[in-house]
Design a protein around this ligand. Structure first.
Ligand SMILES: Cc1cc2nc3c(=O)[nH]c(=O)nc-3n(C[C@H](O)[C@H](O)[C@H](O)COP(=O)(O)OP(=O)(O)OC[C@H]3O[C@@H](n4cnc5c(N)ncnc54)[C@H](O)[C@@H]3O)c2cc1C
Length: 408
């Protein structure tokens, strides 16, 4: 049986490890289009200010080599599922017994929506290569505008600020980190970022990137305001990398539709990572999300099931994040806000700490821990697994969480 994996990141690596466990001798090929695949993508912002090098963020063990797979630096441009064959950019064609699609996501580049988005000095931050290019370019820059105040935008803002640039973040929503925090937590973080010297503009839309001598010079906003910028970073979201699958016959809605074993609608084709859609355990909605842990879980299940093992996709959340921003640890999971008054909400703030719990009757469906995140993982697991809690356990949990905030 020949296994073929398209993609060179965490979903691919997790699948490959699982395949090797079940079938130590099978032939496995990995097609990856990045010059250097298999690195910790969430760490690429640290390349921008030189606080980490590219070597330091590579997977400690290079999975394809260590696990005896053949790594092809190429790009898959089409899948002929009836013939069990993929076409590569180089002109090569590869046959497969079982195929895993683990091509992740690509940044939204606003090419059709934002005049000037193709100019020199406009970047996205998705790959190691992007980070290296930004690092080279910033040596000639004093100012940067970051369009998008989500996690990637804010991580980029912090790194570029540390690198000595004057930073302006432009966010459409009323607060930054719209998918990772509620307005209270986000405003507390924003205040700290502003106090360091960054400019954060909310409820602002970008209208045009203006150039001078072919290079980015100014960002014009819909409000009429202008932001001086030698460089623009687009951080407005990610879309599943599925364009090359148009003729593969796969069922695709928001992302690739898979079952609990990560099988697509086409025989012998599996999918895992940022390009699949799944049901968010917190609110039951079908979503595509970009989370490292979801790519690990789905990759592992896909690899296991492709190679004859038995596994089931564990419950997943579309919001499940543990990070540090502006020097504050932040862990958020599940439902973060309740504009319609559907949930029972407990929230408390003290000094730099903030905690919030949201219950849907007897189930914990969401949480935000900012500043102090001890035991947060335990509570996040209750959300992920949707464990029903008796009234006394619920009350104890609220006391545990809210009573534990200390002034810092
Ligand atoms: C700056 C940044 C910060 C992040 N921070 C966090 C965080 O704090 N927490 C968190 O949970 N997640 C975070 N993420 C998201 C996380 O990195 C992704 O969810 C995760 O990398 C998805 O893994 P994946 O294997 O599905 O796909 P990807 O990591 O997107 O990898 C897909 C790979 O496939 C390759 N590929 C694509 N198309 C083809 C093709 N046709 N042929 C061959 N190869 C192809 C791509 O080049 C890429 O190498 C962050 C992402 C970024 C960019």
């Amino acid at each position: 049986m020949e296994y073929l994996i398209v993609g060179g990141s965490i979903a691919a690596a997790s699948a490959l490890t699982a395949i090797r466990k079940n079938t130590p001798q099978a032939e496995v090929r990995v097609v990856a289009d990045e010059p250097v695949p298999f690195y910790y993508r969430p760490l690429i912002p640290y390349l921008l200010d030189g606080s980490r090098t590219a070597d330091e963020i590579l997977f400690a063990e290079h999975p394809p080599t260590v696990l005896g797979a053949e790594l092809l630096h190429d790009q898959c441009i089409g899948v002929e599922s009836k013939q069990h064959l993929v076409r590569l950019r180089s002109g090569r064609e590869l046959r497969y017994g079982k195929l895993l699609l683990a091509a992740g996501g690509a940044p939204v580049m606003l090419l059709d929506d934002l005049p000037g988005a193709k100019s020199e000095g406009v970047f996205a931050l998705r790959s190691l290569d992007d980070a290296v290019k930004i690092r080279q370019y910033l040596l000639h820059c004093k100012t940067v505008a970051i369009i998008g105040g989500g996690l990637v935008g804010i991580k980029a803002a912090e790194a570029l600020f540390r690198a000595g640039l004057s930073v302006t973040v432009i966010e459409q929503q009323p607060h930054i980190l719209a998918l990772r925090a509620d307005s209270f937590a986000a405003d507390a973080i924003a205040e700290r970022l502003r106090s360091k010297g960054m400019t954060l503009l909310t409820e602002e839309d970008s209208e045009e990137i203006v150039t001078s001598a072919g290079k980015v010079n100014t960002l014009r906003l819909a409000s009429g305001r202008t932001v001086t910028a030698d460089m623009v970073i687009l951080a407005v979201g990610v879309k599943p990398n599925i364009d090359f699958l148009k003729n593969a016959g796969l069922e695709i809605e928001h992302g690739i539709v898979v079952n609990q074993q990560m099988q697509s609608s086409v025989p012998d084709i599996y999918a895992a990572g940022d390009l699949i859609q799944f049901i968010d355990q917190a609110d039951g909605k079908t979503v595509v999300s970009g989370l490292w842990s979801n790519a690990v879980h789905s990759g592992r299940v896909a690899g296991c099931c492709m190679s004859g093992g038995r596994a089931v996709l564990p419950p997943l959340l579309s919001v499940m994040n543990s990070t540090e921003i502006a020097g504050l640890p932040l862990l958020s999971a599940g439902v973060l806000d309740d504009p319609q008054g559907r949930y029972t909400v407990f929230a408390e703030a003290c000094g730099n700490s903030y905690r919030k719990l949201l219950f849907d009757q007897n189930r914990l469906v969401g949480m935000i821990f900012l500043g102090q995140t001890e035991r947060a993982g335990v509570y996040a697991n209750l959300i992920r697994c949707q464990i029903p809690l008796e009234k006394s356990r619920r009350e104890q949990l609220v006391r545990e969480v809210m009573g534990a905030i200390k002034r810092v």
